[in-house]
Design a protein around this ligand. Sequence first.
Ligand code: AMP
Length: 142
Amino acid sequence: MTSAAYDDNNIFAKILRGEIPSHRVYEDDHTVAFMDVMPQAPGHVLVVPKAPSRNILDADPAALSQAIAVVQKIANAVQDAFDADGVFVCQFNEPAAGQTVFHLHFHVIPRHDGVALKPHSGTMEDGAVLAANAEKIRAELA
Ligand code: AMP
């Protein structure tokens, strides 16, 4: 095991505890999914296991299995909600790989032919836009 220790003051731990708000689109016993506040495309969702782990390197394989099933569910929902041509799923481990929030999460991003991704952790989206996009995804999941 080479990961640093998990720090439960990270921002996703605070979201999971309800200490700061998020635009949730899905929740079950093991996993939460909410809108990324700096989306790389409209409909960018983060799928977050509730179990504490810093990233994939120290995660419980059972939590990974539960999370990836939700990733699939959300990927189908965003593809339909945004009439996407494809869906990009990605996940970063440690700063060298681009990780900035140290609680395991999967990015699920609808893609359209010929439309470039915006930068990672680029521009904060308007809250009303995030709320509207979350509602579209919840409608697909309903
Ligand atoms: P990374 O750790 O590099 O995989 O990315 C962390 C992601 O979390 C970035 O895409 C950020 O835009 C996103 N993010 C940061 N703070 C929040 C927040 N409070 N709510 C939702 N998404 C966030």
